[in-house]
Design a protein around this ligand. Structure first.
Ligand code: SAM
Length: 191
């Protein structure tokens, strides 16, 4: 398995940017799942989540609030023209589209470079057919319909390696101390 360069190492080369694009968000119907998608993107190694579909300030507020409280560099924004953005992105980066119709993820990941900017695209409503042609990799996490959150987590963990690198999440107000029982946190706000 290939790994993105660890952010723990002292290196002058920044890892290439990893974005997650949430297409076709429906403000009422997808509120919770889109929120969880962005949090999963952050926890599993993405640098930003891009929201497309219906505008929804509450999703951006949730992601910003979690990043502020729990640390790390994570950005989020709304994109009004996601397909135009993807067309431009495709000239210099890799587009991975998660879809149950794609190639098996455990076979596809070996061919997905980790040294170029990448966007992982997940749908909400039906995605435009053009995306299947534009994507460098159409990747399935099993060929059964399930959840974009599950697909994203399995894909990122398999492609980038384990998520338990807490050094990525510095500078927050709260740090969770892993514990066998109960909830232990360090509250940096009180320092
Ligand atoms: N209703 C939509 C449609 O008809 O195309 C699909 C909804 S599905 C819950 C939402 C997203 O989850 C899909 O666009 C895809 O990105 C992701 N997804 C669902 N099942 C998947 C699978 N088996 N492998 C990869 N991605 C999957």
């Amino acid at each position: 398995m290939r790994h993105r360069p660890s952010r723990e190492c002292v290196t002058e080369v920044e890892p290439p940017r990893l974005s997650v694009l949430r297409l076709g968000h429906r403000r009422e119907r997808d509120k919770r799942i889109t929120s969880h998608l962005g949090l999963t993107a952050r926890a599993f190694g993405a640098d930003e989540v891009i929201l497309a579909g219906e505008e929804d300030p509450s999703a951006l507020e949730t992601w910003n609030s979690v990043a502020e409280r729990f640390g790390g560099e994570f950005e989020c924004r709304f994109e009004a023209k996601p397909m135009s953005w993807l067309r431009r992105f495709s000239k210099s980066g890799t587009i991975v589209h998660l879809t149950m119709y794609g190639e098996p993820w455990n076979e596809a990941i070996a061919g997905i470079p980790t040294d170029s900017p990448t966007v992982v695209v997940v749908g909400g409503t039906k995605v435009p057919g053009e995306l299947f042609r534009m994507a460098d990799h159409n990747v399935a996490v099993g060929n059964q319909p399930h959840s974009e959150v599950a697909a994203l987590a399995v894909f990122l963990e398999s492609w980038l390696g384990p998520v338990d690198d807490s050094s990525r999440f510095t500078g927050g107000q709260i740090e969770v101390v892993p514990s066998e029982r109960g909830k232990r946190v360090l509250n940096r706000e009180e320092d």
